[in-house]
Design a protein around this ligand. Structure first.
Ligand code: FAD
Ligand code: UDP
Length: 400
């Protein structure tokens, strides 16, 4: 799927020492130390233990597995996502087939509404959004296309997220749907962000109001945490939770380390800190069955501090007389949730990636380890590709 991060090995360097040849008589207690039990770390731990027969120590500084995809029953017994709504969607058959070993699925297609004053309109912008907003009756894709062309501004070349949106829908729709939300989400104007951010939500000429168009869209039937527990249920995987890398790292614990935390943290921020965006979540349970008509409502209004509200029962299909929701407010400080895609950050990341390529006994993976704004399926695809590269090296070494 995405091999970019694993192809970053410098040409001319010897292959990484995986596993390193034994030095002296003592064999380390583990072959691999995996740092971080999110999708990146857990997939690699599972493959290394179950497929390559390695002894794996998996640690996470949080008290649970699953990383940001962690879900749990709250006090009312409602399944919620502690770190905000996670909807699985993918076009990769290989990734879906792999994850399907650890979970059954509940079909679910995500729909999002944007609150504009009293109105709730479908997002990404589609024909229904425009018809409702302007009280129009665009009845075909051709009519919608003509409408968009009448609004769109010519921008060449398209570099930033603002360029992407204004060149598709024009200034007014940009201001209504993107400007405020993006400023809140990133603490930056869309003109300061890479085009890839807004390109996640292309405008549609159809009335398809699904948030994602991927071929496979579903939720793990019994939740993400259960999926992780099934994935990690292996004799050769030992899990240490509430344990930071700093607490376990030692030259004698394992021959190889896989690090899925922030790459700049691993290197002691020696070139300066990579910027990440953080989030604060306010979770509430309400004494009513329904709070909002869809799982997620977005709030582009700059006067509203949060970006979105999530009602979890829509995602899980759970039936309960109460309902649990969360408010999501972006912030600068706190746990790193999002790498911030913009050229200067990518340049700084490259310096760390070059350093990483010199380190033969550590491999970086995941959203924080490779500073990539990846969805879950992309992280799984990257982890599977990383595993193939690691074992390929061993096979080649064995053949010599
Ligand atoms: P993480 O899940 O962040 O896991 C990294 C783990 O490493 C963490 O548990 C952390 O505690 C641990 N760690 C870090 N440093 C250390 C250390 N020094 N010592 C020990 N442990 C350490 N993707 C989708 O596909 N669909 C969605 O709907 C979706 N919604 C999202 C909503 C939000 C609010 C966010 C923030 C992300 C969303 N994502 C979504 C993206 C998804 O969360 C990620 O793609 C995926 O979870 C990343 O997995 P990971 O293993 O790379 O990182
Ligand atoms: N976005 C926006 N308005 C919205 C939804 C999204 O401006 O109503 C922009 C915003 O910059 C956001 C980006 O599009 O960060 C990507 O949105 P997505 O929903 O994919 O973000 P995620 O779920 O990863 O937070």
């Amino acid at each position: 799927l995405l091999t970019e991060a694993v192809d970053r090995q410098k040409p001319g360097l010897p292959p990484p020492s995986f596993p390193a040849p034994l030095v002296g008589a003592r064999r380390p207690p583990y072959d691999v130390l995996v740092v971080g039990a999110g999708f990146a770390g857990s997939v690699l731990a599972e493959r290394l233990a179950a497929d390559a027969g390695k002894r794996v120590l998996l640690c996470d500084r949080r008290p649970h597995v699953g990383g940001n995809a962690y879900d749990h029953l709250d006090e009312a017994g409602i399944l919620v996502h502690r770190y905000g709504p996670h909807i699985f969607h993918s076009n990769s058959e290989a990734v879906v087939a792999y994850l399907s070993r650890f979970t059954e699925w509940r079909p679910y297609e995500h729909r999002v509404l944007v609150a504009l004053g009293e109105r709730l309109l479908p997002m990404p912008i589609n024909r229904t959004t425009i018809n409702r907003l302007y009280d129009m009756d665009l009845s075909s894709e051709a009519e919608m296309r003509a409408f968009l062309i009448s609004r769109a501004e010519t921008i060449d070349p398209i570099r930033t997220s603002r360029d992407v949106v204004v060149s598709q829908v024009g200034e007014e729709l940009y201001r209504l749907f993107f400007e405020g939300y993006t400023r809140k989400q990133w603490g930056l104007d869309a003109s300061q962000l890479d085009k890839s951010v807004a390109a996640r939500l292309p405008t549609r000429e159809t009335v398809d109001d699904r948030y994602f168009l991927d071929r496979f869209q579903a939720m793990p039937l019994n939740g993400y945490t259960r999926l992780f527990e099934n994935m990690l249920d292996h004799d050769r995987i030992r899990i240490e939770l509430g344990v930071d890398y700093q607490d376990v790292k030692s030259p004698t614990i394992a021959t190889h380390t896989i690090f899925t935390g922030p790459i700049d943290e691993y290197f002691g921020h020696r070139f300066g800190a990579l910027p990440y965006r953080s989030l604060a979540f306010r979770h509430e349970t309400l004494d009513r069955r329904r709070f909002q008509p869809v799982a997620v409502v977005n709030y582009p209004d700059a006067a509203v501090p949060y970006t979105r509200t999530t009602e979890y029962k829509h995602l899980t299909g759970q039936v309960h007389r109460k309902t649990s929701i969360s408010y999501e407010t972006p912030q600068a400080d706190g746990d790193p949730y999002y790498p911030i895609p913009r050229p200067e950050n990518e340049a700084l990341y490259r310096r760390y990636a070059d350093l990483a390529a010199e380190c033969r006994d550590v491999t970086f993976a995941g959203r924080l380890g490779t500073y990539r704004y990846y969805n879950m399926d992309q992280v799984v695809g990257q982890a599977l590709a990383t595993y193939r590269r690691l074992t390929q090296t061993v096979r080649e070494a064995a053949a010599v």
